[in-house]
Design a protein around this ligand. Sequence first.
Ligand code: HEC
Ligand code: HEC
Ligand code: HEC
Ligand code: HEC
Length: 200
Amino acid sequence: MFYKIYQSTILMAILAIAGNASAEILGSPHDLQGTNNSDGGQTCIYCHTPHNASAFAPLWSRQTPAGPYTMYASPTLDMTIAGSPQDTSLACLSCHDGTLALDAVVGLTSGGGFITGGNNLGTDLSNDHPISVTYDSTADTAFNAAAAGKVGGLQLFGTGANQVECATCHSVHDEGPANVSALLWIDNAGSALCTACHIK
Ligand code: HEC
Ligand code: HEC
Ligand code: HEC
Ligand code: HEC
């Protein structure tokens, strides 16, 4: 009996270690250490600052992108999309719309360097999955119900804890499952990410 408990404790410890191995930002695509020569080998500095932060993400170090953005539009939408990206998505777009340098942050003299290729979404978001949309499964019954600010384990954002933002699908700190592409919170094999929300 004791042996069994002991054994399962060891197994849990091993699983925890295995699970943690890639569950962090260091070494992930968001570890931008060295992008600016003066970063002192730091990682968090590219997005967070302990002082003089801007408002739109926790202790945010980055400049605010100017936009303007073209939002997703479609005649079959049933929910409400904000006129421009809301705070949490704006945080991502401060690199991913390609207009601000990666090192345009509090405390560094920017030397440039912009996001490129498929990682650059641009300011036209009309060809991207809707963001800053207020999740409401009563408006469209082909959606799972949200509860306590989450749907299918995915986090909703905003003051009402009901907005789908970039960070709903993506883990910026790479804390999702190991060996999953595109920093997703849920492995999309079998479209499991999509069906966390959509009933299709
Ligand atoms: C590439 C940008 C980026 C980097 C680098 C980054 N973060 Fe974040 N962080 C974000 C964004 C965006 C949010 C808000 C969205 C979210 O919580 O998913 C956030 C939220 C947080 C939060 C509050 C929410 C939570 O997850 O607890 C903490 C704490 C945090 N970051 C700590 C850190 C630390 C510590 C580092 C460095 C080891 C770091 N971050 C590096 C972008 C970044
Ligand atoms: C400080 C700038 C910065 C911020 C802020 C930032 N990213 Fe990134 N992100 C990058 C860079 C640079 C890359 C490309 C890294 C590479 O080429 O390997 C990247 C890559 C990615 C990728 C592709 C990962 C892969 O496996 O290839 C995803 C997805 C992503 N970011 C999502 C986000 C989301 C969502 C947010 C906000 C929650 C965000 N990023 C905020 C700079 C940023
Ligand atoms: C509804 C879920 C969802 C939302 C919301 C979302 N993404 Fe993604 N994103 C994905 C999936 C799934 C992939 C992987 C696509 C693939 O591998 O073909 C992806 C891929 C990416 C990539 C890698 C390049 C590419 O095109 O494959 C980047 C960068 C990225 N997303 C950034 C963002 C940013 C920035 C936002 C917010 C403006 C955002 N995503 C919102 C689901 C989402
Ligand atoms: C966090 C929940 C969530 C996830 C995950 C998610 N979606 Fe969505 N999706 C939504 C919401 C909310 C809308 C807006 C629906 C509306 O207004 O009727 C939407 C809209 C769409 C639309 C446009 C519908 C229209 O009428 O124009 C398509 C297509 C779509 N999603 C496909 C996907 C695919 C494919 C995936 C997986 C890669 C995915 N979604 C992941 C919540 C999600």
